[in-house]
Design a protein around this ligand. Sequence first.
Ligand SMILES: [Fe+2]
Length: 212
Amino acid sequence: MSQSAFTSAPLESAGPASPMPVSIFIKQLKEEHLRLTRLVQLLEGALCLRTDATAPNIGLLVDTLFYLTRFPDVTHHVIEDRIVERLLRMNALPTEIGLQIETQHATLITEGRDLLRDLEAATRGGSMSQELVDMRIRLYAERLRHNMAIEELTLFPAAEKNLNADDWRAIEGTGGINEADPLFGSVVDKRFSELYEEINEEVSVAEAGIAS
Ligand SMILES: [Fe+2]
């Protein structure tokens, strides 16, 4: 699978001889937000389609939720939670904001996994209320969008202002940040090939619209 404008290589680890500025790590988190926004848009775009076992889009919905619960939930959000904890210990982030971000991540994990379980059941022939599914997908997408907006307005500026390369080394030292992204990384996992093609197709259409 070739690499597209939406894929990215993992960051090089900050070595002791040449510590990378914190802004580089924040830049990566922001780039991940741009990619997550594509998935939010894809979830919202699927709302008008049926979600029973024969619906053509249900596979994409399942893959999107599968990716969101298997990758950002256990890497991107984990790193952000570590940033929150470090900033709270430094009194460099209001406690209320820090707790809000961590609670949002926990809610996204629970709701994402519940939604995925129910969508997977639908692919096996289980029945789902279309109205209820639409509502839950809309709520999940909006929660993720809201979470990213809060982080960009509060967490990232506080991190850039208060954390140094040593702080970041400690944050990434417990693992997670360099894990290969199975959808947007340099090698696309076979499981996500259809989703990958769908996202690139949408990007191509959007770019064609801008150029015309
Ligand atoms: Fe985030």
